[in-house]
Unconditional design. Structure first.
Length: 329
């Protein structure tokens, strides 16, 4: 918690008023007046402290110290407030200041003994307990407080031991669970390894069977392909033989048709006085008839006749090239 701030201007004005009273009333009267004012602030601070208003108590104790900076009682009270605020280091300083001002005032020794016990510094705690008792302090009260502290310490120690025991049992249980978990994981890994090995062996077996099946299929395909090629060759030979026979049968008739066409073309040329371009178109139409019948030699012959009649016609060149390709198939 933050240390309360003091309003210096207010207190300075109060001090100036007090100094003015001192100058008027004389040293003895002023000293009494100052102590009364300091005591009044101390009483207000103590009442505020008992009511739990620590900030107000702190403020009153500061005002008292401004008036009477050599008050061991106020420094002791200030230390108590610091301690209640959790400012242990400031509390220690305030108690030590009280002891330095008045070494025969027992309360700060009592408070320091408790403070050092809380810190675990038993050597200093014992030192201040002895000083408190040696000053004629409340021995029974001190011993009772010390006994209460020891009992509380033993309770806390027992509680810590029980907590440590529980933590140890929890750690042992966690370790056992972890061991069981690791054992299961190890078994699982071993099972996975065995399973993976079996799967690998199965894959190798499947691969071997697949390879055998593939080789069988390849042999079968090769046999089928050879059989197909053989049948194809036989069909091709039969087809060629049939075409030769058909050509032999059709050749006289075709030669006669060609002669008739030539004669018809000559007759038409004479009768109708066709020009070369029209006659070329006539040969192209005849060539198309032969091409549809797959008689590519005759079609090529018609195209060549058309080319002679119309040598500038690019279409005839393309038709000739097509007919030549069909003959090469």
């Amino acid at each position: 918690m933050a240390q309360p701030k003091i309003k210096p201007l207010f207190y300075i004005s109060r001090l100036l008023i007090i100094i003015l009273h001192i100058a008027i009333a004389g040293p003895a009267f002023c000293e009494i007046l100052l102590k009364e004012n300091a005591l009044e602030y101390r009483q207000k601070g103590y009442q505020a402290q008992k009511a739990g208003m620590l900030q107000e108590a702190f403020s009153f104790y500061q005002k008292a110290l401004l008036i009477d900076p050599r008050s061991a009682v106020v420094f002791n009270d200030l230390g108590v407030v610091y301690e209640m605020l959790g400012q242990i280091d400031n509390a220690e300083k305030a108690y030590l200041e009280a002891v330095a001002i008045d070494s025969k005032y027992g309360n700060p020794y009592f408070n320091l003994a408790f403070l050092y016990e809380g810190r675990g510094d038993l050597r200093k705690a014992s030192e201040y307990w002895l000083k408190f008792v040696s000053l004629g302090g409340q021995k029974e009260r001190a011993l009772r407080k010390k006994q209460e502290v020891e009992e509380e310490f033993l309770k806390e120690k027992k509680k810590e031991e029980e907590q440590l025991k529980k933590e140890l049992e929890a750690r042992q249980q966690a370790a056992e669970e972890q061991r069981q978990k690791l054992l299961k994981e190890k078994q699982g890994k071993q099972e996975s390894k065995t399973k993976a090995l079996k799967e690998k062996q199965q894959r190798e077996e499947d691969k071997r069977l697949a390879q055998e099946k593939k080789e069988q299929l390849l042999r079968k395909e090769q046999e089928v392909e050879e059989e197909f090629l053989k049948e194809k060759q036989e069909r091709q030979q039969k087809q060629e033989e049939a075409e030769r026979q058909l050509e032999a049968q059709e050749q006289p008739a075709e030669q006669e048709r060609q002669a008739n066409l030539d004669e018809e073309a000559a007759t038409l040329k004479d009768e109708w006085a066709m020009d070369n371009n029209e006659l070329a178109q006539f040969y192209i139409k005849k060539a198309e008839i032969f091409a549809k019948k797959r008689d590519y030699p005759q079609a090529l012959r018609m195209y060549l006749n058309a080319k002679q009649l119309d040598p500038q016609n690019k279409q005839i060149d393309e038709l000739i090239e097509t007919a030549q390709k069909m003959l090469l198939l």
